[in-house]
Design a protein around this ligand. Sequence first.
Ligand SMILES: [Zn+2]
Length: 263
Amino acid sequence: MMDIHLFSTIYVGIIGLLVGSFANVCVHRIPRGESIVSPRSKCPSCNTEIAWFDNIPILSWLLLGRKCRHCKTSITWRYPLLELTMGVMWASIVWFYPTEKYDPVFLTQAISLVTLLWVLTLIDLETFLLPNALTFPGIALGLAFAAYFDFFIDSLIGTVAGYGIFWLVARLFLMFTGKEGMGQGDFKLLAMLGAFMGWQALPFIILLSSLTGAIIGSAFLMLANKGLKAEIPYGPYLAAAGVIWFFWGTEILNWYQQFMGLT
Ligand SMILES: [Zn+2]
């Protein structure tokens, strides 16, 4: 008999693959303001509708030899990559979550947050946008989970403070440099992280994302030799810092308190 933990992991992983397939549609259509429910997916080259049997995550891509069945244009590797990462992330959340305090609501919260952040990251990398169509529902979802887990006030403060802090930083940056630093989307993404995790998460997220953003960003600029004019999306750093705090925040806080001799 199959172990229930392994079974749940595989089951949720497969759902993750399917949602990854839908996430591809979101990444493509949301920044273009198109509907994510209709019409059916089409080949971007020949516009032929993609049949369900050619739309099975990863498998279809491999079976079709990475090409469209009709026009033979190659299909970008980003589609199966997104499906695979989504499946792996969903499965890992179930696999590594301690089963003795198994709570399906927590799993749903973790999976929603990781999925939203991953889709936002990919959209930001491609278009430099963090669409309201994702961040607004994300904020609402974060507040709803917080209400369920009894930290609604912390979550509400986190939402307002998340937006407010970045708004203020952007205003000051504009005042002193005359340039736009962050985008409005970044304010709303930090608000969403504050909603999901409460205001306590904000110092770590702001610190880690700005540090990694500065380090990786300047390394990238040097390698790409584009000078300081190149635009670098900040969303992915916020998303990564958010995920780290969500899963390991308590450990990080304990470690920090020990390190500072506070306990
Ligand atoms: Zn085609």
